[in-house]
Design a protein around this ligand. Structure first.
Ligand SMILES: [Zn+2]
Length: 261
């Protein structure tokens, strides 16, 4: 039977598996408030689920390590229950994992991230590992994979997909139905911003700015969770998994994907 998790191998089995030059998948999530209707582990569940399904389905040799479950959530710390790492901690943590993987012979890594705040320290550690060891140490943030398709799939207007929003609520309805407080779905809080800067997940911002969430979203969410459906969650999840499989294959075969991946 195919093994999904790094931890399920013995040392001798791993030595044999390394001969295939596998891609190691590292899910990265966050533990932070997600409004009155979603749980703290929302991002971590999304990252873990994408990685599990993509590794299960992949035709290329690959394996997943456990999720880095706490992320960079300083902007949510005014809300009870949110946890955060410092940038330097996350970068050092990921680098130490990458360094250990490299010492077992790993030269192909894909970090699968589900939280915007994590990108800077993740990129820092992945770049450092790439300089030290060569090979491919790549970062994928899942919603970037569906930026083309989302326009025809979403119901909410611009500003309606950001945090604990139509998309995240739909993904939780599909992946973790019993844990969505459907009787507490809040009204839309669409922080549109402008064409220059917006909190919308699919905005092409020209600048970035730090904003604490208690200023933007008193209830904790930005977007329109009431537009979420299980069907939308299933569609985008399956699309993301399929595309993640293609990214894994491209990294393993050392080719670049084109526009139509
Ligand atoms: Zn989230």
């Amino acid at each position: 039977m195919k093994k999904i998790n790094w931890g399920d191998y013995t040392t001798n089995e791993m030595k044999v598996f390394m001969k295939k030059d596998p891609v190691v998948i590292i899910p990265v999530g966050a533990y932070e408030q997600h409004g009155p209707h979603l749980a703290m582990n929302t991002d971590t569940i999304i990252a873990e689920s994408i990685c599990k399904c993509a590794v299960e389905n992949s035709q290329s040799p690959c394996v997943a390590v456990p999720c880095i479950w706490v992320g960079i959530s300083e902007h949510h710390m005014k809300f009870c229950g949110s946890l955060t790492l410092k940038h330097s901690t996350m970068s050092a943590l990921l680098y130490d994992i990458l360094d250990s993987l490299a010492r077992s012979g790993v030269r192909k890594v894909l970090a699968v991230n589900s939280h915007g705040g994590n990108m800077i320290p993740l990129n820092e550690a992945l770049t450092k590992a790439s300089v030290a060891y060569g090979g491919t140490f790549a970062l994928l943030t899942y919603w970037n994979l569906i930026s083309k398709e989302i326009a025809s799939l979403r119901k909410s207007e611009f500003g309606g997909i950001s945090h604990a929003c139509e998309m995240e609520t739909a993904l939780q309805l599909y992946l973790n139905y019993q844990n969505v407080r459907q009787d507490r779905l809040p009204q839309a809080n669409n922080v549109k911003g402008s064409s220059f800067w917006s909190t919308e997940m699919f905005a092409s911002n020209k600048i970035s700015m730090y904003r604490s969430y208690d200023r933007l979203a008193p209830q904790g969410h930005i977007g329109d969770p009431q537009k979420a459906t299980v069907e939308f969650g299933e569609k985008i999840f399956k699309l993301v998994v399929k595309k993640t499989e293609k990214v894994i294959e491209a990294i393993w075969k050392e080719v670049l994907l084109d526009e139509n991946y």
